[in-house]
Design a protein around this ligand. Structure first.
Ligand code: G3P
Length: 214
């Protein structure tokens, strides 16, 4: 499973990239708003740090506006992926961009039929939101399992990118469910290597060694 970091914060992206296992970055308008920086400027900075796919989400909600924004964003760097909502205009823009060889990430996916439609439109990535489904008392992982089953049954090549991941248990569930990619906040990435027995074990190894040789 590939690992993307879900942030527009450059320090977090650099720290994640330093681990050596980062495959890409996803951003969205809320994440950019938190940074208070021009979207295009920040995307250019991110693409200098990360060579894998960097998702740039459109602000427009109509087909023409989406296509115009996509044309601007793809000029920033070769690894820019255009992020579009799973709406009728989004699907239409996805198809047009796919026909031009532009990669897309179809976001705000909350049901398997949206994932099917965007796969038919030639999406590079589909982003089902696990955490936001959990937030309304349903199980976000059901959506991951259903999309995986549908894509495998019909041979769709669109990559299943699990998004809205809130904690390491979501990551483990996605790994076991066969998600192709997981995009996660930096603080979740930090939690992935934490285990109290690792800390206790390391402390004991070092103490034993020091006792014997110092
Ligand atoms: O970038 C899309 C997605 O990962 C958002 O997550 O936590 O705002 O639901 P969240």
């Amino acid at each position: 499973m590939e690992l993307y970091v879900d942030t527009a914060n450059l320090d977090e992206i650099k720290k994640a990239a330093d681990l050596g296992v980062l495959d890409g970055v996803t951003t969205n308008p809320s994440l950019i708003a938190k940074e208070g920086i021009d979207y295009g400027e920040r995307l250019a900075e991110i693409c200098e740090v990360v060579s894998g796919p960097v998702s740039a989400e459109v602000i427009a909600t109509d087909y023409q506006g989406m296509m115009a924004e996509a044309a601007t964003r793809i000029g920033i760097a070769e690894n820019i992926v255009i992020k579009l909502p799973c709406t009728a205009d989004g699907v239409r823009a996805c198809k047009s961009l796919a026909d031009q060889g532009v990669r897309t990430n179809m976001t705000l996916c909350f049901q398997p039929l949206q994932a099917w439609m965007v796969a038919k439109a030639g999406a590079f990535l589909v982003s089902p939101f696990i955490g936001r489904i959990d937030d309304i008392g349903q199980d976000g992982m059901d959506l991951i399992h259903q999309i995986r089953q549908a894509y495998d049954a019909h041979g769709y090549q669109t990559k299943l990118l699990a998004a809205s991941i809130r904690h390491p248990k979501h990551m483990l569930d996605c790994l076991l469910a066969g998600a192709d990619v997981a995009t996660v906040p930096y603080k979740v990435i930090e939690g992935l290597l934490k285990h109290p027995l690792t800390d206790i074990g390391l402390e004991k190894f070092l103490a034993d060694y020091a006792k014997a040789f110092s």
